[in-house]
Design a protein around this ligand. Structure first.
Ligand SMILES: Cc1cc2nc3c(=O)[nH]c(=O)nc-3n(C[C@H](O)[C@H](O)[C@H](O)COP(=O)(O)OP(=O)(O)OC[C@H]3O[C@@H](n4cnc5c(N)ncnc54)[C@H](O)[C@@H]3O)c2cc1C
Length: 521
């Protein structure tokens, strides 16, 4: 062991105290680990309103911060108001898209949300070092058990550099991607630049649903607006900087002041081209000058190693159109914490945990990518035959999320349908014993750890599966030994295993009957 690596002080060092970093830190500290967060800058950033859908609620509960987020005073968003695909001759009609069942999300100011999460991390016992910038991470494998040790160089106030040591380093540095940058792959060959300004209208905004996120498409991209309060909203123009020029002269590199001066008229001109968002700001006051930030989606070739994970936006950035960046950051941080906790608790399960982490990250990217392509294709098809949209709609694959694709395929399968019909007419059915099926171990999350558990290999289904429509195949086959009446079996399953709807349960049984080995008579 190198002399510099003696005296490891932290189980986990988290680089970046944004949404992902604060979340992972809180969970790991709650679960008894020694955690240090290093955050570069916590001040002087312009406001950015983030729209969090109601489906973030279970994650906020799992992280134990729902009450704090509720108490932070954020506007509770109830849906989206959308003007999509209009043309000068046929303006888009307003489409109101309330969240299902009247649920509400959160329209959170980024800095305020981070403050809530960081406070929750510190209350759980995590240490916060800020302002402090991580410059370098050096990794050495430990000679005895192969557990890596990292030496992390930190600039604390420009001049002073200190080194801290940790077994795990989580890169939660967002787009900056301290460790992630070397892994980066663009999701699509397109770029997106966000121009964000904050506007005030003292008498409130003349919109149908004031808590809604407003979205409006244009040939050059799209505009959106998220409320910060009853009187303030962020208005953003999302453009492709390769297709919509910001500076008059190509290749010119103006200084920051000149860039800001150029940005202002361009920002005003873009908003003015949006019939609805433009009308809203016409008599409002710009209280924070527009600023530009790169919002181009990307993914990483690799996100997980022994001792290192890329988390949240560091691992991948979803297109802002999805409004799922924060949800993904929370989910990714939760799973990162579970992965690290597993590795620290049960080193033998580290590889299994890393596998699951990689798979989930890849699944986010695939579904976000597919969703963006589908919106872009519809937009190109409907009205804006503009390069901004056709570039984003060019698809070479149908990247439908795997679980949906599997459920759909099986629903259409002739053998499965025949088995389903048999179940309805012949109440007593026989399934082969569990041991007659082929099983292989795959990772699953149980509470706050990941462990290998048997998954079923079925012909014609690419991935081994443990759950189908939420029904546990292993538990079901254990209950179904011998001949059974489907209705009785359903009652036993929901009483002794987990809730399931009858159609989901019968559908799953049908798949086992159709795709499993033939029962011996
Ligand atoms: C214009 C725009 C609008 C968006 N709107 C939405 C929306 O409406 N809804 C939504 O869900 N998502 C939205 N997003 C996405 C969302 O903001 C991100 O997905 C989310 O903030 C990611 O959180 P993170 O913690 O992974 O990364 P970040 O928020 O980027 O945090 C990274 C942190 O790391 C710190 N850091 C970086 N390098 C270092 C270093 N070397 N040392 C120490 N610290 C470092 C940074 O200071 C920062 O605090 C939007 C994004 C943009 C750009």
């Amino acid at each position: 062991l190198h002399a510099n690596f003696i005296g490891v002080t932290h189980d986990v060092l988290i680089v970046g105290g944004g949404i992902a970093g604060a979340t992972a830190a809180r969970l790991l500290a709650l679960w008894g680990h020694d955690v240090l967060i290093v955050e570069r800058e916590r001040a002087a950033r312009p406001a950015l309103a983030l729209s969090l859908p109601p489906s973030c609620a279970p994650l906020l509960d799992a992280i134990g911060v729902r009450d704090r987020v509720d108490a932070a005073g954020f506007v509770r968003g109830t849906g989206n108001s959308v003007w999509w695909g209009g043309t000068p001759s046929a303006p888009a009609r307003l489409r109101l898209e309330p969240y299902a069942s009247g649920r509400a999300g959160w329209q959170a100011e980024r800095g305020a949300l981070e403050t809530v999460l960081l406070r929750a991390a510190r209350d759980a016992g995590a240490e916060l070092l800020t302002p402090a910038t991580v410059r370098r991470v050096e990794t050495r494998a430990h000679a005895d058990d192969d557990a890596p040790v990292h030496a992390v160089e930190i600039d604390t106030d420009g001049a002073v550099t200190e080194t801290r040591h940790a077994h795990w380093v989580l890169d939660c540095t967002g787009r900056a991607g301290l460790l992630a940058r070397a892994q980066r792959a663009a999701a699509l060959e397109v770029r997106t630049l966000a121009l964000v300004g904050t506007w005030e209208r003292a008498s409130g905004w003349p919109v149908v649903e004031p808590t809604h996120t407003l979205v409006e498409s244009a040939p050059w991209g799209w505009g959106w607006s998220v409320p910060l309060s009853e009187t303030q909203r962020c208005f953003t123009a999302m453009i492709d900087p390769q297709r919509t020029t910001l500076t008059g002269e190509a290749g010119a590199r103006p200084d920051a002041g000149a860039r800001a001066r150029e940005l202002l008229p361009r920002y005003h001109a873009l908003l003015a081209e949006l019939p609805n968002l433009g009308a809203l700001v016409a008599d409002a006051q710009l209280v924070h000058a527009p600023w530009a930030c790169d919002a181009t989606p990307y993914s990483s070739r690799e996100v997980a190693w022994r001792g290192r994970l890329l988390v949240g936006d560091a691992a991948s950035m979803l297109d802002p159109l999805s409004s799922f960046g924060v949800k993904k950051a929370l989910a990714s941080a939760w799973l990162a914490a579970v992965t690290v906790h597993t590795a620290l608790l049960t080193p033998a399960h580290t590889e299994c945990a890393l596998t699951l982490y990689r798979e989930r990250e890849a699944a986010y990217v695939a579904s976000a990518d597919a969703a963006l392509r589908s919106v872009a294709r519809t937009t190109t098809h409907d009205t804006h035959q503009a390069p901004f949209w056709s570039d984003r709609g060019d698809a070479d694959t149908d990247a439908r999320p795997q679980a949906d694709a599997l459920a759909l395929t099986l629903r259409e399968d002739a053998d499965v349908r025949a088995a389903f019909a048999r179940l309805r007419t012949a109440p007593v059915v026989t399934l082969p014993p569990r041991a007659a099926f082929t099983w292989i171990d795959r990772p699953v999350v149980r509470g706050n750890v990941i462990r290998p558990e048997p998954h079923l290999v079925l012909p014609g289904i690419a991935e081994p599966i443990r759950y189908l429509r939420g029904v546990d195949l292993l538990a079901l086959l254990d209950l179904a030994a011998g001949a059974f009446d489907a209705g009785v079996l359903y009652d036993r399953y929901v009483r002794s295993v987990a809730p399931a709807t009858l159609p989901d349960f019968l559908g799953t049984l049908s798949v086992l009957m159709a795709r499993g080995p033939a029962p011996s008579s």
